[in-house]
Write a protein that binds this ligand. Structure first.
Ligand SMILES: Cc1cc2nc3c(=O)[nH]c(=O)nc-3n(C[C@H](O)[C@H](O)[C@H](O)COP(=O)(O)OP(=O)(O)OC[C@H]3O[C@@H](n4cnc5c(N)ncnc54)[C@H](O)[C@@H]3O)c2cc1C
Length: 288
């Protein structure tokens, strides 16, 4: 399958990328190409112009700034999964990036492309929602930031405005006494998540839950932030019974996604199962 014809520009700087997007209305950004090119080959996307940002080194890599990690939009999944600073300070992010597809996809697919594409089955959106990440964008009207919990608007739809591009994602450094985990049921053919769950939990000195967060992908059109489940655990000893109780009583998804592979009811069942498992794994990792 061949894509429809298009013009191609390679940006040499961030400023040039913004200018190229301004000059070419409807242009699409090309990062790793692992979602956009298949969409173009299937003619589900037919952009007249591609702006290739793949060589913008300023958008690549991970750095620690105080109590935040800055992950450049062009950082590949492999770089995130193997980054010493991510593994040490935000293990759930490294774990989820390492679960994406296969080495070929992980070596070319980028963090920015993954979340800008906003496939409900993608792994990183659930993790960024659970972590309370901040997404940084730049465009013709300057820089702005959006909370990950507000960023995903609908299936394949985000708050990236025309002419904007994503520059980085910031996540908090996980504090001592915190455990985290990402677990998913993979589609047997594609490796994409049918449902994935990302959990973070912090215990206080007496073993009670001081803070928790839980995010899901695959259950609905946008990632689910299960705030009520997390709130139900705070102040309690998070033993298996408390986790079971919090998830069973407080996980609700307004409009679960259903398709020929997994019905909405089944995805909800998986969310309960994987949500509990992820919280248990996060709790157990606080005690290592
Ligand atoms: C076989 C296969 C299996 C996969 N399995 C998984 C999986 O299990 N889990 C998973 O999470 N993902 C999976 N993916 C997706 C992959 O991980 C990539 O993250 C994804 O393709 C997007 O990253 P990219 O850099 O390739 O983006 P591209 O394909 O280049 O772009 C994707 C979209 O994002 C836009 N975009 C890209 N960068 C930016 C930016 N900086 N600012 C604004 N918009 C931008 C593009 O315009 C386009 O609309 C799979 C892909 C393939 C081909």
């Amino acid at each position: 399958m061949f894509p429809a014809s298009f013009d191609y520009h390679r940006a040499g700087s961030l400023g040039e990328a913004v200018e190229l997007l301004r000059q070419n209305s409807g242009a699409k950004i090309l990062a790793g190409g692992h979602s956009l090119i298949p969409m173009m080959k299937l003619r589900l996307a037919q952009p007249g112009t591609l702006v290739d940002i793949g060589r913008l080194d300023e958008l690549k890599g991970v750095e620690r700034h105080g109590d935040r990690l800055r992950i450049g939009a062009l950082t590949t999944h492999h770089q995130v999964a193997t980054s010493t600073v991510v593994r040490e300070h935000c293990a759930v992010l490294a774990e989820s990036a390492g679960e994406i597809a296969d080495p070929q996809v992980r070596n070319l697919g980028t963090v920015g492309g993954n979340i800008a594409h906003a496939d409900p089955a993608s792994d990183l959106p659930a993790v960024f929602v659970a972590l309370g990440a901040t997404i940084h964008l730049t465009g013709p009207h300057g820089d702005r930031q959006v909370e990950a919990r507000e960023f995903f608007l609908d299936l394949l739809t985000t708050d990236v405005r025309p002419g904007e591009l994503l520059t980085r994602v910031e996540v908090p450094v996980l504090q001592p006494g915190t455990g985290s985990a990402y677990l998913k049921l993979e589609h047997p053919a594609s490796g994409y998540a049918v449902v994935g769950a990302a959990a973070v939990m912090t215990l206080d000195g007496s073993g009670k839950c001081r803070a928790a967060a839980l995010g899901f992908n695959g259950v609905a059109a946008t990632p689910v932030h299960a705030a009520a489940v997390a709130a139900a655990l705070v102040g309690r000893e998070p033993d298996d019974a408390a986790i079971e109780d919090a998830v069973s009583r407080h996980l609700s998804v307004a409009d679960p996604l259903g398709d020929s592979f997994a019905s909405g009811e089944y995805r909800l069942h998986l969310a309960r199962t994987y949500g509990k498992r992820a919280l248990v794994a996060a709790r157990n990792r606080t005690r290592r």
